[in-house]
Write a protein that binds this ligand. Structure first.
Ligand code: SAM
Ligand code: DTB
Ligand code: SF4
Length: 367
């Protein structure tokens, strides 16, 4: 009965309602989430998406979790933008090993009109022709840039809100939460589907987790996919010493996401290397129906895809075909010209002590 309700009217969620769901006895939470999941999805089907880091490292931002921020001293190997040929070859390999979707990630604050963006548009066109869903995560985006990606056939845009609005300020000072929402709004002016989620394990409270889900659940329409990442603490970043996220916190987060966003694809994202197979199976039961596959996320390790496929086989899980949830978006003739925009995205620049310390440590190390 409860599930029917979701189809019938739009619900405005409060923090307290989401918190009550998150904090109920685990067995009740699992039962409720699995019921919502079964009413809205095939519980034995999971989408497999592969990440390709098309431009790695050297990013101007100070996101406290991110190994790609230039200001921190991490061990990652940076790269300029990959060529269309290289990205296409990697997408074909991902397809051959069972992925129906690729997500192209760039360590950019925002998209800038010019040669690099033109290349990304070409990547989207080419990979869409391979009958794969293409997602991009390129940072902040204007409406005109979103339109150009739409014309290229882009299926999804990933732009995470990452945490509650309050906790976001404790993690990032070089860009503002409202700019994230504005980019999401620009994506929503097109027919590109929206992928937006966040990270748990950054030191946030359960209220912050509920706060993040409230924003996502109250979007109308709700995001078509929601990645739930467990922080991968990387040496050199301000969050390097954060303790691991327990499997039961992850299960609670996945289950709560499933209940408040019944139709979305809930993606078990970063952090799977820390999870047992039994833990992942519990997440699938609780409503996760998508994973990031491939031995690397963007810069950090991820389980081997053969191991993932073995697990799927043991659980009798089938993989989701491309365009199964939403129709393919055929590339169109490009008619929207670049505007050469240089939008003034916000830079709050408040002081975050641990980010400051990590920056100073990195400076001293490079002397
Ligand atoms: N630069 C673009 C942006 O920030 O929107 C796109 C790439 S960014 C790396 C994409 C997302 O990866 C972030 O929003 C964050 O949710 C996730 N992420 C980055 N580092 C992570 C980490 N160490 N652990 C878990 N998730 C992480
Ligand atoms: C998302 O929510 N998680 C992915 C994808 N969207 C781009 C990225 C995870 C990155 C984990 C850290 C790294 O490998 O650099
Ligand atoms: Fe840059 Fe994105 Fe990493 Fe932030 S999360 S430092 S914007 S790559």
């Amino acid at each position: 009965m409860q599930t029917l309700y979701y189809f019938m009217e739009r619900k405005e969620w409060t923090n307290q309602e989401i918190l009550d769901i998150y904090q109920q006895p685990l067995m009740d939470l699992l039962y409720q989430a699995a019921s919502v999941h079964r009413a809205n999805h095939d519980p034995n089907k999971v989408q497999v998406s592969s990440l390709i880091s098309i431009k790695t490292g050297g990013c101007s931002e100070d996101c406290g979790y991110c190994p790609q921020a230039a200001r921190y001293h991490t061990d990652i190997e940076g790269n300029d933008l990959m060529s269309v040929r290289q990205v296409k070859a990697q997408a074909l390999r991902a397809k051959a090993s069972g992925s129906s979707r690729v997500c192209l990630g760039a360590a950019w604050r925002n998209v800038k009109d010019g040669k690099d963006f033109d290349e990304v548009i070409e990547m989207v066109r080419e990979i869409t022709q391979l009958e794969m869903e293409v997602c991009c995560t390129l940072g902040m985006l204007t409406e005109n840039q979103a339109k150009r990606l739409e014309e290229a056939g882009l299926y999804a845009y990933n732009h995470n809100i990452d945490s509650s609005e309050e906790y976001y300020k404790e993690v990032i000072s070089t860009r503002a939460f409202e700019d994230r929402l504005e980019t999401i709004g620009n994506v929503r002016k097109t027919s590109i589907t929206l992928c937006s989620g966040g990270i748990i394990g950054m030191g946030e409270s359960v209220e912050d987790r509920a706060g993040m889900l409230k924003i996502l659940a109250n979007m109308y329409p709700q995001p078509e996919s929601v990645p739930i990442n467990a922080l991968v603490p990387v040496e050199g970043t301000p969050l390097e010493e954060q303790g691991p996220v327990s499997i039961f916190e992850m299960v609670r987060m996945v289950a709560t996401t499933r209940i408040v966003l019944p139709q979305t694809q809930v993606r078990l994202s970063a952090g799977r290397t820390q999870m047992s197979e039994e833990g992942q199976a519990l997440c699938f039961f609780a409503g996760a129906n998508s994973i990031f596959a491939g031995d690397k996320l963007l810069t950090t390790p991820n389980p081997d895809i053969k191991q993932d496929m073995k697990l799927f086989n043991e659980l009798s899980i089938k993989t989701q075909a491309p365009f199964e949830k939403h129709a393919k978006r055929e590339p169109k003739e490009p008619v929207t010209p670049p505007l050469g925009e240089n939008p003034k995205w916000t830079r709050p620049k408040h002081k975050i002590e641990r980010n400051e310390q990590a920056r100073i440590k990195a400076k001293n190390l490079s002397k």
